[in-house]
Design a protein around this ligand. Structure first.
Ligand SMILES: Cc1cc2nc3c(=O)[nH]c(=O)nc-3n(C[C@H](O)[C@H](O)[C@H](O)COP(=O)(O)OP(=O)(O)OC[C@H]3O[C@@H](n4cnc5c(N)ncnc54)[C@H](O)[C@@H]3O)c2cc1C
Length: 292
């Protein structure tokens, strides 16, 4: 693997700081790639050598398993934002905050909400991330993807199946490489006001000072998962190092040493109680990664 240009490989790598829950997790290989070409070379090598792989963004929507006997791949080099008129092209490894800030600074409007998402473009397109009645597919024009046959392909927004916090990208085994958005002309000052107001609201209502992966469950139609969990009397419930946040019941926070098992057990408890008490089936927004 060391002959492949444009990659750095770490063996027996800790993933504790590569997931926002700060779950203790390890992988046989942690590989950072610089370019699309190096990613393709790497994937060929992994396939030939029967090594499993997993693309990790910022790890802000995943509940990682303890050990991965394969390669965690980070698209480190795909970190750029290019603007031409009102078209914005960005690499899959770029953080949403960078995309949002760059567009606002260029007097473009439509992605202000993205400033609060602590994820990458790749992870956010995969899960159709969104907030305040906006989602990433709203302004999306096209996506450059890598297919399972290792072909680079441009797909239009219409070529995907997508809905609230869901797309068919995982199912199709596609890797997001780059995305292009079409935004409207805006005004930096107005966008900054919107951002300031929303940031204040988030800070006062969400446990941003604790490790978490954001909302645990999707909001059921015409209701809020947080309201149901709170009404079920579960706020503050703790299993091991995982706790249902006292500040916002739809957040699970790591109060110290939480394992994926602790978090999964809390999730099951919430599901059971909310079903028993309100006959509502909560749908998970976070992704449980099972590497066994
Ligand atoms: C405090 C906090 C607040 C949050 N608020 C919101 C919110 O308001 N709205 C919201 O929607 N989410 C929110 N989230 C959740 C999370 O930030 C988003 O879901 C984000 O889009 C995940 O991106 P990521 O890069 O971290 O993905 P990861 O968690 O790293 O990965 C998620 C999935 O995407 C896949 N993936 C990653 N990169 C690629 C790629 N290049 N190609 C294909 N698949 C890929 C991974 O394999 C994995 O299956 C919040 C999280 C936190 C911690």
């Amino acid at each position: 693997m060391n002959n492949i240009k444009g990659i750095t490989v770490e063996e027996n790598a800790l993933l504790n700081n590569l997931n926002t829950y700060k779950i203790a997790s390890k992988a046989k290989y942690l590989i950072k790639v610089d370019t699309i070409e190096s990613l393709i070379e790497l994937l060929k090598y992994l396939k030939e050598n029967k090594i499993k792989f997993f693309i990790l963004g910022a790890g802000s929507n995943v509940i990682l398993d303890e050990y991965f006997d394969g390669a965690i791949i980070k698209l480190k080099g795909l970190n750029y934002v290019h603007i031409k008129d009102n078209l914005v092209t960005t690499g899959a490894g770029t953080m949403m905050v960078k995309l949002a800030t760059t567009t606002v600074n260029n007097n473009l409007t439509g992605l202000e909400w993205a400033i609060n998402i602590p994820g990458t473009i790749g992870g956010s397109i995969n899960g159709n991330a969104g907030a305040y009645n906006s989602e990433i597919f709203d302004n999306l024009v096209k996506v450059k993807v890598l297919t399972p046959k290792l072909e680079v392909k441009e797909m239009l927004k219409e070529d995907f199946t997508y809905s609230y916090r869901h797309t068919n990208i995982k199912e199709k085994k596609l890797i997001v490489l780059e995305a292009t958005f079409k935004l409207a002309k805006g005004d930096k000052k107005t966008s900054e006001e919107i951002i300031k107001d929303r940031w204040h609201r988030r800070k006062t209502t969400q446990p941003l000072e604790m490790p978490s992966a954001g909302s645990v469950f999707r909001n059921p139609e015409n209701d809020y998962a947080g309201r149901l969990i709170e009404e079920a009397g579960l706020k503050g419930k703790t299993i091991g190092g995982a706790q249902i946040s006292l500040k916002h019941a739809n957040f699970i926070v790591n109060i110290g040493g939480a394992t994926s098992k602790d978090i999964k057990n809390l999730i099951e408890l919430i599901r059971k109680e909310v079903k028993n008490q309100f006959n509502v089936d909560l749908i998970l927004e976070q992704e449980i990664i099972d590497w066994k």
